[in-house]
Write a protein that binds this ligand. Structure first.
Ligand code: BDR
Ligand code: CA
Length: 347
């Protein structure tokens, strides 16, 4: 059943005052593309938010190597669906390696285990009974989008390998995607735009820069949720305690996996990367965006995987596409919504 909520989205900047009226049809049918790991990972909390939000209809979950291996992403997400009593949602395995990027000493030293071929660890409560589908992630993504032209929103919160492969697999794919919401990149043009993997590169784009390049230039309407907007968030111990004050299978999972992190580091504040990207699909008025040309450096030099954004095309960026780039967050409304959704009883 579709409900129609007209939304007024005001986007204000000193140089440019624009008011856009967007109509969002709920529930929004999405494919959730993720380098999933159990909590305290942000992917897991983004999935909790999606599962607990009536505005979202998850058509399927596709996994990709990123935070950890593809096998770990698949094993953990299957278990999480069981915990959330949503094992009916199908999971499709995607890419186990980036398009081009290979393991290096630097990758091993820094955060991320995308190159790993170790067996996944046992998730909380044991491995899920249910297995992933036989169909591949790319086949599922292409089939679903092509059968529902201009209707499906892709939410991509890991390296963009699956999405780039889908774009390459089917020439008509890009123009049939309604919208692609990406957590990735860091924009030096806007405040808080440093990288988190190299001085200027963000993790998801750095793991698969070629995939990010193909995706950003595909013509798909894109909403980018870069580090700039992630840095407006802070999941503190006080917010954690508020969430786990209510007992549900999801808050219990957070207590088991996040609780000891706050015990050892009570002052730690966790950035909420993927949760913000997901929340912006549920309620686009939570974020403020600017339309910018965004491209990704795929030269294997010091800027490999760096996203570069400009208000006009610059030499070398010919063919780059204008997209919405989130840079501001209504933190009070976002965190209230997050707490309320995660605390809700599971179905
Ligand atoms: C992104 O990298 C991953 O570690 C997180 O899950 C998030 O998607 C932040 O740079
Ligand atoms: Ca992620």
């Amino acid at each position: 059943m579709t409900r129609l909520f007209p939304m007024l989205i005001g986007i204000l900047s000193l140089a440019d005052i624009r008011v856009a009226v967007a109509q969002v049809d709920y529930p929004v049918p999405i494919i959730f593309d993720t380098d999933f790991v159990m909590p305290p990972s942000d992917d897991s909390m983004a999935l909790m938010l999606a599962l607990q939000s009536p505005e979202i209809e998850i058509l399927g979950i596709t996994t990709v190597a990123g935070n950890d291996s593809l096998e770990r992403a698949t094993s953990d997400v299957l278990r999480m669906l069981e915990i959330a009593n949503q094992a009916g949602i199908a999971v499709y395995q995607g890419a186990d390696m980036p398009l081009v990027h290979e393991k290096s000493d630097y990758a091993v030293r820094k955060y991320g285990n995308w190159y790993s071929n170790e067996a996944p660890p046992i998730p909380p409560g044991g491995f899920a009974t249910k297995k992933a589908e036989d169909e591949t992630a790319v086949s599922f993504i292409v089939r679903t989008v092509m059968s529902r032209p201009q209707q499906v929103t892709l939410v991509a919160i890991g390296p963009l390998t699956n999405i780039a492969q889908a774009i390459r697999a089917e020439p008509g794919f890009a123009k049939n995607v309604k919208q692609l919401v990406i957590m990735g990149g860091a924009v030096a043009l806007l405040p808080d735009g440093a990288g988190n993997m190299t001085p200027n590169a963000e993790f998801n784009f750095w793991v698969d820069p070629e995939a990010a390049y193909v995706t950003l230039r595909s013509g798909i309407p894109i909403e980018l949720s870069p580090l700039n907007v992630s840095r407006k968030s802070a999941l503190t111990k006080a917010w954690y305690e508020k969430i786990v004050a209510v007992e549900t299978p999801l808050t219990q999972l957070l207590r088991e996996t996040l609780g000891h992190q706050f015990e050892s580091e009570p002052d730690r504040a966790w950035l909420m990367y993927d949760q913000i990207a997901m929340a912006s699909v549920i309620d686009p008025t939570l974020v403020t965006s600017e339309r910018l040309y965004v491209d990704v450096d795929i030269d294997h030099g010091i800027n490999y995987g760096v996203s570069v954004a400009g208000r006009e095309i610059w030499p070398g960026a010919e063919g780059a596409q204008q997209i919405n780039v989130q840079y501001e967050l209504d933190w009070p409304r976002f965190i209230e919504m997050f707490v309320e959704r995660v605390q809700k009883p599971v179905h």
